[in-house]
Design a protein around this ligand. Structure first.
Ligand code: NIG
Ligand code: FE
Length: 416
């Protein structure tokens, strides 16, 4: 294999996010910033990082010169999305804003079930193409790794179709897609049996297939009044653990209970947590469960945000993800949401950046990304500024002008 080594720079600032602890508060003076920095890429990984002028003599054969002012950050990681789906829910959105509640819409057959119907109707190609469009947009906005859930199929064939679409798009595009099985999203209306029976049927008929065909290593469940109870979830997650799946939970979105199960089962993360208070946070932190805030769902539903400041101050590992989905969170702009959420919760720049890079990678158990560091993946994003503080200040309107994934500059990322 031929080795291609490239020095890229100089960047006004390299914000490495290296050396930060993985949980609890972070102050901005902990940020490692290399002024006039350069980054050396070899075989998709970071070979060296430092001052451009110090690297230049050893790596002068191939230099990608950066002429203007740019600040470099690690590529973003969106640790929670539902971007594989058919249809749209613009009608639901309008209804909600006219006063009909999310749960009421769901009870009347709209909501998640509407997307299930449209997703079942789409064939594998159509589903993959729609997913690819959204994944491309994310990549152009700096998201180099993106988790994607199933959960709009809700029968064996359709859940498998969704996970296959995710696998196809992961192979087709440069962005890394991490699949999660959310067959336990809600009990499908056409399943004849109780929610507990649906979960048992799913575990017995899907889990080994997912493993054998490498479709997912992660199991998610929506614990809520309108979805599954804590008792039902406990049996399902117990089975998931026996198969060796990692666990993540949609917890405490409208009512508490899910976080306790997430803690009990040692989930990697508990996501949502809008309804959680000190008691719930304490249990999660004690069990080392990451708390993932989903500001896009709060914005989409007009609901409160997760109390991220409190979670950090109590020692938690806070991640911010979009929850991009057709129902509760249609926006899907990670940087904008992180910036707005950070301003609302009084998060430091370091805490917000860590929540969409290194800490988010941890939520997906990926230890090779999220930090600009030797031997890590060469995933990074360049913003047109000379001061990293400008990035969040513009609240998502300043987009990266260049995005590299595995050391490759993404075509069209330089179009804004
Ligand atoms: O994370 N909370 C449950 N599931 C999704 C919403 C899915 C939908 O409304 O389609 C969420 O918000
Ligand atoms: Fe979600």
């Amino acid at each position: 294999m031929s080795t291609k080594t490239t020095l890229i720079g100089p960047f006004r600032q390299l914000v490495t996010l290296d050396g930060l602890v993985f949980s609890g508060p972070l102050s901005d003076d902990q940020l490692q910033i290399i002024e006039e920095g350069g980054i050396v890429v070899e075989n998709g990984k970071i070979k060296a990082i430092g001052k451009f002028k110090d690297l230049k003599p050893s790596f002068s054969q191939k230099v990608d010169l950066i002429e203007d002012d740019f600040v470099l950050l690690p590529g973003f990681v969106d640790a929670h999305t539902h971007i594989c789906y058919g249809g749209t829910r613009a009608g639901d959105y309008a209804l909600r804003n006219a006063g009909v509640s999310y749960l009421e819409i769901a009870r009347k057959g709209g909501g998640i079930w509407d997307t299930v119907t449209k997703t079942r109707e789409a064939d594998l190609d159509q589903l993959a193409n729609q997913l690819a469009k959204r994944a491309k947009r994310h990549l152009s906005e700096g998201v180099t790794t993106c988790e994607v859930k199933s959960g709009y199929g809700l029968d064996l064939g359709s859940e498998i179709k969704m996970l296959e679409a995710i696998k196809i798009v992961d192979a087709r595009l440069k962005i890394d897609l991490i699949p999660t099985c959310l067959a336990a999203h809600i009990k499908p209306k056409d399943f004849e049996g109780s929610p507990a029976e649906y979960l048992l049927f799913t575990a017995n008929n899907l889990f080994s297939f997912l493993k054998d065909n490498q479709l997912s290593n992660r199991i998610d469940i929506f614990i809520e009044e309108s979805a599954f109870s804590t008792k039902e979830a406990a049996s399902y997650l117990h089975m998931a653990q026996q198969y060796g799946f990692s666990i993540t939970v949609h917890a405490d979105q409208f009512s508490t209970g899910g976080s306790e199960i997430a803690a009990k089962f040692g989930a990697i993360s508990a996501d949502h947590l809008e309804a959680s208070g000190e008691k719930e946070f304490k249990k999660l932190i004690k069990a080392d469960v990451i708390g993932t805030a989903l500001p896009g769902a709060s914005l989409g539903l007009g609901e409160p945000f997760m109390k991220g400041r409190k979670f950090l101050d109590m020692g938690g590992c806070l991640v911010i993800a979009t929850d991009w989905n057709p129902g509760s969170a249609p926006m899907g702009d990670l940087l904008m949401q992180a910036a707005v959420y950070g301003a609302h919760q009084k998060l430091t720049t370091a805490e917000t950046f860590a929540a969409i890079t290194g800490r988010a990678a941890k939520a997906l158990q990926l230890e090779d990304r999220g930090i600009l560091k030797q031997d890590y993946l060469a995933d990074f994003v360049a913003f047109p500024t000379n001061d990293y503080r400008e990035i969040l200040y513009h609240q998502g309107k300043m987009k990266p002008e260049m995005v590299w994934k595995n050391g490759n500059l993404i075509p069209n990322s330089k179009t804004r």
